[in-house]
Design a protein around this ligand. Structure first.
Ligand SMILES: Nc1ncnc2c1ncn2[C@@H]1O[C@H](COP(=O)(O)OP(=O)(O)OP(=O)(O)O)[C@@H](O)[C@H]1O
Length: 272
């Protein structure tokens, strides 16, 4: 028995979606290699991210989860010491192809970090920023979309009477949902979330998890987490990495109930 009994019951109870082998993938990573000098950080990764599902990247600290996420929206560009090769296709575009327009690639991916970074302007202007990035100028349309995206993240009722206040007046969990609303306003196809609940209390974390369950109807979610229980609760697809390699990938049922590799077996017992 690799997972705690309670967590195993969750895997059964949640009746995770079984991803058919021909399930449509929105993002395809092929032969991805990342080096920092001599250090081979990502070793020939091949991954398919299924559309409208939550894919969880799991693995011990330093195994390369964040680097993989950074490759997906070309944030690796800002680290001159990193060299990246291979391909990452979103639909038919290879996002590693340097002739592509980087801002438009990034707009397809909403990024949610470990801590919320609201802009130093009002709650209203934070979401308006995302909407204006899409070229919307009409004030009524901006108002409409602000309400829509704040409702999408379950924040509207909590902030509708203080839209022009600073986001600093919000709790960290609320700020994280505000940042998510700002990201959704850019109309991404994929949400890349790097341990988005690590700075949140358990209740705020559950709110984000529940949101992801709803949002996957319209978006594809790639989530890095260290919390095994969180992976059990929300993953439809799990990619387990160790030392820069993908060791196993598949449904939570397959990986958590019947891990094949010694690395995953150990990880499920130790949780790190
Ligand atoms: N810009 C960089 N320059 C040099 N080494 C880097 C760089 N970025 C990442 N690394 C190294 O690559 C490895 C993978 O790092 P990464 O942050 O992707 O791991 P991770 O699995 O996300 O870890 P954690 O779970 O602790 O956040 C680490 O050894 C890290 O030190």
């Amino acid at each position: 028995m690799y997972l705690l009994k309670k967590e195993m019951m969750n895997v059964d109870k949640l009746n995770h979606v079984n991803i058919p082998t021909n399930s449509e993938s929105i993002l395809r990573v092929n032969n991805l290699n990342v080096y920092a000098g001599e250090h081979h950080i990502l070793k020939n990764l091949n991954v398919k991210i299924p559309k409208n599902k939550v894919t969880v990247l799991l693995g011990p600290s330093g195994c390369g989860k964040t680097t993989l996420l950074k490759c997906m929206n070309r944030l690796t560009d800002i680290y001159k010491e990193l060299s990246v090769s291979g391909s990452i296709h979103i639909e038919n575009d290879n996002i590693l192809n340097t002739t592509k327009n980087i801002p438009s690639i990034r707009q397809k991916m909403g990024l949610l970090g470990q801590r919320p970074y609201p802009l130093p302007v009002s709650i209203y202007k934070n979401v308006a920023y995302g909407i204006k990035l899409k070229g919307v100028r009409d004030n009524k349309l901006i108002d409409y979309n602000i309400e829509k995206h704040l409702k999408e993240v379950g924040l509207w009722d909590e902030v509708k009477d203080r839209l022009h206040s600073s986001p600093q007046s919000l709790s960290i969990g609320q700020q994280q949902r505000l940042c998510l609303a700002r990201g959704l306003a850019v109309k991404p196809r994929i949400i890349l979330a790097d341990e988005p609940t690590s700075a949140l209390d358990p209740i705020s974390s559950k709110i984000i998890e529940n949101l992801f369950r709803d949002l996957k109807k319209h978006y594809t979610i790639v989530l890095v987490t260290h919390v095994l229980r969180q992976a059990v609760r929300i993953a439809d697809n799990v990619v387990f990495m160790s030392n820069g390699e993908i060791i196993e990938q598949g449904t939570p049922d397959k990986l958590f109930k019947n891990p094949q590799s010694s690395q995953l077996q150990e990880y499920l017992v130790d949780g790190n």
